[in-house]
Design a protein around this ligand. Structure first.
Ligand code: CU
Length: 151
């Protein structure tokens, strides 16, 4: 009986060794979120995409504590700052793409009320290659300083 249990355990361990690839979190750095002044309004997330040796494309971001995250492109229309949805963002094999304040950003709709400045927001960045990178943002209040120096 005991040896059966041991054998089962070994089989399980072998299985999980096959599936237990170390998570590959390369490709997304410096993720931070800015919360809205008024709860319920959208916030924003900023980050840097870094090439992993193979060209790829960011196609979406999701989070268990944010209802919906859209990629947005910022621009000027006359003297008005405008934004429009971006379908994705190409990441070169080598190099980086910065999503930062007053530039491209992820827009956070329907943020869980439990999220306050200082609460890390878990996010999953999904790429066209099928890679998914999980990060936790630093989170600041509206108007709060960027936790990373500008790139
Ligand atoms: Cu936006």
């Amino acid at each position: 009986m005991k040896s059966f249990a041991t054998a089962a355990l070994i089989a399980l361990a072998t299985l999980s060794a096959c599936h237990g690839k170390a998570p590959d979190n390369r490709g997304v750095t410096r993720a931070w979120a800015r919360l809205p002044v008024v709860p319920g309004r959208p916030g924003a997330v900023y980050f840097t995409l870094v090439g992993t040796g193979k060209a790829d494309r960011l196609v979406g971001i999701d989070s268990a504590v944010v209802g919906r995250i859209e990629l947005h492109e910022s621009g000027m229309h006359g003297r008005m700052m405008t934004m429009r949805p971006l379908a994705g963002a190409d990441v070169p094999a080598v190099g980086k793409v910065v999503f930062g304040p007053s530039g491209n950003h992820g827009m956070l709709f329907d943020i869980d009320k439990a999220i306050t400045p200082g609460t890390a927001i878990p996010m999953r960045f999904v790429f066209a290659s099928g890679r998914a990178v999980e990060v936790e943002t630093k989170t600041v209040e509206q108007g709060g300083e960027a936790p990373f120096p500008a790139e």
